[in-house]
Design a protein around this ligand. Sequence first.
Ligand code: KIV
Length: 270
Amino acid sequence: MTYLASNKPITLPELGRMKKDGEKIATLTAYDASFAALEDRCGVDVILVGDSLGNVIQGKTSTLPVTMEQMVYHTECVGHMAQRAMVAADMPFGSYQESKELAMRNAVRLLAAGAEMIKLEGGEVMAETVHFLVERGIPVWAHIGLTPQSVHALGGYRIQGKGEQAAARMKDDALALQQAGAAMLLLEMIPAVLGSELTQALTIPTIGIGAGPGCSGQVLVLHDMLGVYPGKKGRFVKDFMLEAQSIDGAVRAYVEAVRNGSYPTSEHSY
Ligand code: KIV
């Protein structure tokens, strides 16, 4: 049975408390009103309007073509459906890298559309932008490790942070983002050992996807955990529909598995 720690809306202080008390944070993507409401009633803590919509909704091979207009539209669809879950939205490629002022203008659009936090990709290089947004009242979730908007620069969707130097660089990135005021950190496709080390080194929560069981919480793309995405799947993906009677059942099973630590395991890690 899925339990809710409380029915009170999830806030940034509550996410911080969950990390401190070792309560795992269950996060899932949604792109429309019906799934947002379903995830909320099934106990998802943070709903992410991900730019993964480029892959799973639009059928593109990357997130790069996703526009601000599309993110605003999907954030409006999701934004006001959650009673308890916090709603976060991705800043799409090109909407924040050029200047902190551009980032501010676009973050404002996502908050006006219903997001309560924005997510952006990049390490230390984005710290100044993160600081600028946070100082002006925008909660920021920073995303490091495999950053899909840099897929061409990274040479594909490959594990990041392997080896001592790369791991040390990622630790510097994580600390710089925390120092800049990021509220959470998303860690994508990194060694499980590094996921645990970063989680212990930081006071803010870490949300993993292919970063091992040691993170403060987990995220999956909805279409992956329902087994409906026809594309290639990462090792970290688990299809929760296989053992469920309904979509509600699958989402509840995901939330419970994250909370009780039975997902992810070493089988889903690098
Ligand atoms: O866009 C997205 O769905 C993401 C995933 C890593 C969760 O950022």
